[in-house]
Design a protein around this ligand. Structure first.
Ligand code: SF4
Length: 437
């Protein structure tokens, strides 16, 4: 590629892991002499880091390509990420895309861009088979970073394309994670969110083939990080309920550095649906995990993913899910409507649920989530929690407590990037938490 291609703009679709990886791609471009600019500015190269879970990945990619081609018709457009991994041929039909790079090769994006002329190559090498771990972290917020410590998944949940899009479970070594943590601390980051696809399955090491056994474990990682005095706060993102052991719960409860906040996907409260999904636990285990967390950390936030409308979920099974969620002390829900993904076993299951019914169930659970979050937050009215303040915006500053309550203030405008003990004030009319001034 000629030296005139010097400005790059990147856009992320999907999960926290994708955000961390996009920031790493941006770093690669910067190291190669590019300037990174916003996605709505005229760039020479546009990179879309795509997602296969996004319902309309196809439409979204089309719209983004159309948008950037209007800004600069001469630009080179690259699509990478999970959708590029799973559907390279489909992306090939979208006019304006010059290069499609699967997950195995995405970290070589700069050399790929420089090697290929416009519209010269659709290139994809599968992630299946032996594959190495590529470290990444996000640094956009400068106070909080998503650090990727694990990638891929060995599970076979019947609705999920992630194992096909990202390959086998593999991880950074603990020694490498500690080095990355040090780098982030030097940049001024105060909170690190440990991120992965199946985070609790951490430990397979940076290069993986199917015969490989675990060399380290998730709890070893937590213990090592707890000694990192240069980072104030760590948070774990999503951990499967079957991997959220009592030892891990106990460790987080007694740690000074790990935030009292866990996210555990439930997906369904019906044992029959969990079986059809090939999840590795039953609803009772989930119930026990929540009780164990709450008994050691009554103030902990617990987040939960739920899928509505999975094939076979008749109203009785949905009522089991809703009933369980009402009973459990979870603080908020992420609700997803089931949608078919090609090449997944769930597509062959009987008992499809209509789109309209999915919408009704999803709305019902979203309302429940709002109520739970309000009740959880209101319980901390006039109590003190440490808040990490973000960048001020329009005369207001926002931040999160250790137990993941969103707080706002008009008086802490100089506290960006700091963690401060803050007395909370719940405004029941606005349903919002404020710092008591
Ligand atoms: S645990 Fe299941 S849902 Fe999560 S990434 Fe693995 S296969 Fe997908």
């Amino acid at each position: 590629m000629s030296t005139r291609l010097k400005r790059v703009a990147l856009h992320t679709l999907g999960c926290k892991l994708n955000y961390a990886e996009t920031d790493t791609l941006a770093q690669r471009f910067e190291e190669a002499g590019y300037e990174t600019i916003a996605f709505n500015e005229p760039a020479d190269v546009y990179v879309i880091n795509s997602c296969s879970v996004t319902e309309n990945a196809d439409t979204e990619c089309r719209q983004l390509v159309r948008r950037v081609k209007k800004i600069n018709p001469e630009s080179k457009v690259v699509v990478t990420g999970c959708y590029a991994e799973l559907k390279p041929e489909r992306l090939k039909t979208i006019s304006g895309i010059d290069l499609v790079i699967g997950n195995r090769n995405k970290f070589n994006v700069v050399s790929q861009v420089e090697r290929h002329a416009h519209n010269e190559a659709i290139q994809n090498e599968s992630v299946l088979g032996p594959i190495s771990f590529q470290p990444s972290y996000s640094y956009a917020s400068r106070t909080r970073s998503f650090l990727k410590v694990q990638d891929g998944c060995d599970y076979n949940c019947t609705f999920c394309t992630i194992p096909l899009a990202r390959g086998l479970s593999r991880s950074a070594s603990i020694a490498d994670v500690l080095k990355q943590v040090d780098t982030l601390a030097q940049k001024g980051v105060k909170e690190i969110v440990l991120t992965g696809i199946n985070l609790g399955d951490f430990g397979f090491g940076p290069a993986r083939d199917v015969s490989m056994r675990k060399t380290e474990h998730f709890l070893d990682l937590l213990k090592a990080l707890d000694n990192c005095s240069n980072i104030v706060r760590f948070r774990v993102s999503s951990v499967e309920p079957n991997l959220m052991s009592d030892a891990i719960i106990k460790f987080i409860a007694h740690s000074q550095r790990f935030a009292p906040h866990v996210h555990m996907p439930l997906q369904s409260g019906s044992d029959e649906i969990l079986k059809r999904m090939k999840r590795r636990y039953k609803s009772d285990l989930y119930r026990e995990r929540v009780a164990a967390i709450k008994s050691l950390m009554p103030h902990a936030a617990i987040g939960c993913d739920v899928i509505v409308g999975f094939p076979g979920e008749h109203s009785g099974y949905f009522n089991e899910t809703e009933g369980l969620l009402k009973e459990l002390e979870v603080s908020y829900l992420h609700v997803f409507s089931y949608s078919e993904r090609v090449n997944t076993p769930a597509t062959a299951l009987e008992g499809k649920v209509s789109v309209q019914e999915c919408r009704i169930r999803s709305n019902q659970l979203r309302k429940l989530s709002e109520l739970k979050l309000q009740q959880f937050s209101a319980a901390f009215h006039l109590s003190q929690r440490p808040v990490l303040w973000e960048q001020p915006h329009n005369g207001k500053i926002r931040g999160y407590t250790d137990n993941y309550i969103r707080v706002q203030s008009v008086n802490h405008l100089n506290a960006a990037g700091e963690i401060q003990p803050t007395t909370l004030f719940w405004d029941d009319e606005q349903k919002a938490m404020w710092a008591l001034e």
